[in-house]
Design a protein around this ligand. Structure first.
Ligand code: SF4
Ligand code: FES
Length: 257
């Protein structure tokens, strides 16, 4: 293929904001990039801007392959991973890049992830067990693992939580990512921490703040069926147990009160 013919010029609009320098609000900066291949990713464009035009541009990235979850941002108004978003998916107009919404901006595209990880920690995202290690792995059947397989794909990118109107309205809400992580342990056959975990999720900052808007499902780069897991967690609270067959379809359950 003659790659010469498919190179294009792209206009990239980036929301720049440096609170440490006393800036009180973000402003747009526009960069023109020539010789862009439609198969380039938005992360490639940001790296080029940083390398060629503005070394002070701040953003997070690590793996560049959709695994570490560190480069979630709003691209053309939608939460996506910059390393998984190709230029050719974004049409012919300018590409706009903004930080995730609902978390304080530290600089440019870098947001303060501390509140997000505090919510994550609050749901006890680790295995709780009273059983002594047996000297080998704690085994699961394929059927048991199937209940947590989808949730295990989460890369903690925060795209879901920061697309959620309930989170924007009240940042005390633990948010969809924390509920997915809670579900990953609630339905783990080896875990015994459900009582405490369900208490956290039944709190006023917990899962009932979900209004089943579905933004989270659309934002998730891992294709996790987030509202299904939220529905199953609501059921677990209502039943007082996780000992039921979790729903396989989207499930929205209203608060009982
Ligand atoms: S559930 Fe999806 S969108 Fe939310 S943090 Fe995990 S990977 Fe990211
Ligand atoms: S840089 Fe790791 S997910 Fe994009």
């Amino acid at each position: 293929m003659n790659t010469e013919t498919i190179h294009q010029t792209v206009t990239l609009r980036v929301a720049r904001h440096n609170p440490e320098a006393g800036e009180t609000k973000p402003h747009w900066e526009t960069y023109t990039l020539t010789e862009v291949n439609p198969m380039d990713r938005v992360l490639d464009l940001l790296l080029r801007v940083k390398g060629e035009q503005s070394g002070s541009l701040a953003f997070r990235k690590s793996c560049a392959h959709g695994i570490c979850g560190s480069d979630a941002m709003q691209i053309n108004g939608r939460n996506r991973l910059a390393c998984k978003t190709l230029v050719r998916e974004l049409g012919n107009g300018p590409i706009t890049v903004e930080p995730l919404k609902g978390l304080a901006v530290k600089k440019d595209l870098i947001v303060d992830m501390d509140p997000f990880f505090e919510s994550y920690k609050s749901v006890m995202p680790y295995q709780v067990t009273t059983h002594e290690p047996s000297g080998r792995e704690r085994l699961q059947s394929p059927e048991q693992h199937a209940k947590i397989d989808d949730q295990s794909k989460c890369i903690m990118c925060a795209a879901c939580t920061t697309s959620c109107p309930s989170f924007w309205a009240n940042d005390q809400f633990v948010g969809p990512a924390a509920v997915v992580q809670a579900s990953r342990f609630l339905f783990d056959s080896r875990d015994e921490g459900n009582k405490e975990r369900l208490e956290v999720l039944n709190d006023y900052t917990g899962v009932w703040r979900c209004r089943t808007v579905f933004n989270c499902v659309e934002a998730c780069p891992q294709g996790i069926d987030i509202t299904k897991h939220i529905g199953n967690v609501k059921k677990a609270i209502l039943y007082g147990t996780t000992d039921f067959v979790p729903d396989e379809s989207h499930a929205g359950h209203d608060h009982p009160h």
